[in-house]
Design a protein around this ligand. Structure first.
Ligand code: HEM
Length: 285
């Protein structure tokens, strides 16, 4: 991707739309959208999977999809399936990469900002797991680690407003006294719920302990909804939670994160990003 945009004439054009149109009309550049580039990559991946597919031993989601929908079809159906798999891959890619990456970036920001929390976390990981790699099965024995993860998801609110949905009923829906006619756009303001003072007292403070009960066990609140609500909540939630746990717990166990510079203003983009920061990272063992 960077190679494509790195051509001098392309870079010049990206700064100036008039130049982009002119160079394109002269045939000097073929501009591609990010989607074109992604779709080309997806096609290569799909082709490779088809060539190496073993029906008795599917390796991943794509193999399962191919086995289910792709084979023994008419050319028209095959073209349709290719389009459909391309769009599914796009949904997973767009939905998964930025959100998970930004959440992990927040996690090291919080580790550096709260050294006492980092120490407590490492004490728990050292006592329960030692020097071995942390595995998903260790989760139940790591209440402080799980509470810290919940607090990271709560305060980072990387996806502050859920996707827009619409009421589909024929009649007007009644929601807590509000009348919602058919086809009303609805989106939940997740960040407001995650920072609701009634449920999370002192909501702006980073306090992993708020997710522990009086006997020190992990007890998540039903208001902790960083992945949304209802039937259309995040499709990748289980995957994202597992990946996040593995990365976060293993990074915290193996490295110390020390703040060099910590900004305070979050950077808004497609997601709610961290302030600018830099860290000193050292190996623990
Ligand atoms: C920390 C990581 C993630 C967070 C915080 C997150 C959060 C969300 C939220 C808030 C929604 C909107 C739910 C709604 O409208 O009610 C959503 C939708 C979605 N997410 Fe995630 N997500 C994460 C990771 C992932 C991953 C890893 C994948 C894919 C593997 C994924 C795929 C999707 C898809 C496909 C949707 C649309 C679901 C639908 O409309 O039915 N997400 N996500």
């Amino acid at each position: 991707m960077f190679q494509e945009f790195g051509k001098p004439i392309m870079l010049l054009s990206l700064d100036n739309l008039a130049l982009l149109r002119l160079f394109s009309a002269m045939g000097m550049i073929k501009s591609k959208t990010l989607f074109d580039i992604l779709f080309e990559k997806f096609n290569l991946i799909v082709d490779h999977h088809r060539e190496t597919l073993d029906p008795d031993s599917p390796r991943d989601f794509l193999d399962c999809f191919l086995l289910q929908f792709y084979d023994d079809q008419s050319p028209e159906l095959e073209a349709e399936s290719r389009l459909s798999i391309r769009n599914v891959l796009l949904d997973l890619f767009i939905g998964g990469i930025e959100t998970t990456g930004t959440s992990l970036t927040w996690s090291v920001y919080f580790l550096a900002k709260h050294p006492e929390m980092q120490r407590k976390l490492q004490e728990e990981l050292d006592a329960v797991v030692g020097n071995k790699s942390v595995r998903l099965a260790d989760g139940d024995k790591l209440p402080y680690t799980k509470s810290t993860i919940s607090e990271i998801f709560r305060l980072s609110s990387v996806f502050p407003m859920a996707v827009f949905h619409a009421t589909t009923t024929d009649s007007t829906a009644d929601f807590e006294g509000f009348k919602l006619p058919p086809q009303t756009l609805v989106s939940s303001h997740l960040m407001m719920i995650l920072r609701n003072e009634r449920e999370f007292p002192n909501p702006e403070a980073f306090m992993p302990e708020r997710h522990l009960n009086s006997s020190g066990q992990f007890q998540p609140s039903s208001h902790l909804i960083p992945f949304g609500l209802g039937k259309r909540r995040c499709l990748g939630e289980t995957f994202a939670r597992n990946i996040f746990f593995l990365f976060f717990a293993n990074l915290s166990q193996k490295f110390n994160f020390e703040a060099v510079h910590l900004g305070t203003e979050p950077e808004w983009g497609f997601t709610h990003g961290t302030p600018k920061f830099s860290l000193k990272v050292t190996k623990r063992f």
